[in-house]
Design a protein around this ligand. Structure first.
Ligand code: DC
Length: 232
């Protein structure tokens, strides 16, 4: 395995703005951005489309694990943005629906699914400078990451952001539905047996409940310049 020259791990609960933050850092400092949650969403979409998730949400684990070997999920770099593909098909849009969100946590709690995703993440982050966001990047995927950031924000602010995002895409859900989905995912993600969401001991905490993007950038600039001597 070739380890990236520099890896920045960004972890935290759902809808804390990890991907927006990580994309901003990637573009300001010339890092490759990889979204590990997209991979879990991709596996979930694949399972949903293959009829491996029942109406009541039960996952047909045996069938899913059987299919994992041949599952072609990969990132493609398009104009500086990393997009997830299932075979020939770009699935960036489909993986962001509330339906996928509501099934992704049980799927991502399966140990073999995590091993599958971890191996893909390592393969896509060989060499160079990488910023990756998720739940366990600084604790499990890259425990020796050079910089670890743990993002947090109040439940209500997070739900409002997610609600606005879904509404902008034309998905109509109530605020309460979005808030409930978010809390349920947080609970499953932080209580699962394999690689639960938790803050790495050496992570810097970024609570952005009342922060603008610009303030987040200023905050991280100080860290990156101090640690790596890189200016944006
Ligand atoms: O970041 P996101 O909301 O797109 O992630 C979707 C789900 O994937 C999240 O509910 C938990 C799971 N996930 C995970 O278990 N580990 C990661 N490193 C990233 C995401």
């Amino acid at each position: 395995m070739i380890i990236p020259d520099i890896i920045i791990a960004v972890d935290g609960c759902s809808s804390t703005g990890k991907s927006t933050f990580a994309k901003m850092v990637a573009s300001a400092f010339g890092f490759l951005y990889l979204d590990s949650g997209a991979m879990y969403r991709g596996v979930t979409l694949f399972a949903m489309e293959g009829g491996m998730i029942a109406e009541d949400g039960a996952v047909d684990t045996l069938r899913l694990l059987d299919a994992l070997d041949g599952l072609d999920l990969h990132f493609v770099n398009e104009d500086g943005a990393t997009k997830l593909y299932l075979g020939e098909r770009c699935i960036e849009k489909e993986i962001r629906t509330l339906e996928v969100s509501s099934h992704v946590s049980p799927v991502s709690a399966i140990g073999q699914v995590r091993a599958f995703v971890d191996s893909r993440l390592h393969a896509f982050s060989q060499g160079g400078r990488v910023i990756m966001d998720g739940r366990d990047i600084g604790t499990t995927v890259f425990p020796a990451a050079e910089l670890k950031i743990f993002m947090t924000a109040s439940d209500e602010v997070r739900a409002q952001r997610r609600f606005d995002e879904l509404a902008a895409k034309g998905e109509k859900h109530t605020f309460e539905e979005v808030l409930a989905n978010l809390r349920e995912r947080d609970y499953i993600d932080s209580h699962r047996e394999v690689s639960p969401l938790r803050q790495a001991e050496d992570a810097f905490v970024l609570d952005n409940t009342e922060m603008t993007m610009h303030e987040e950038l200023v905050w991280v600039q100080g860290l990156i310049q101090g640690r790596f001597g890189i200016l944006c």
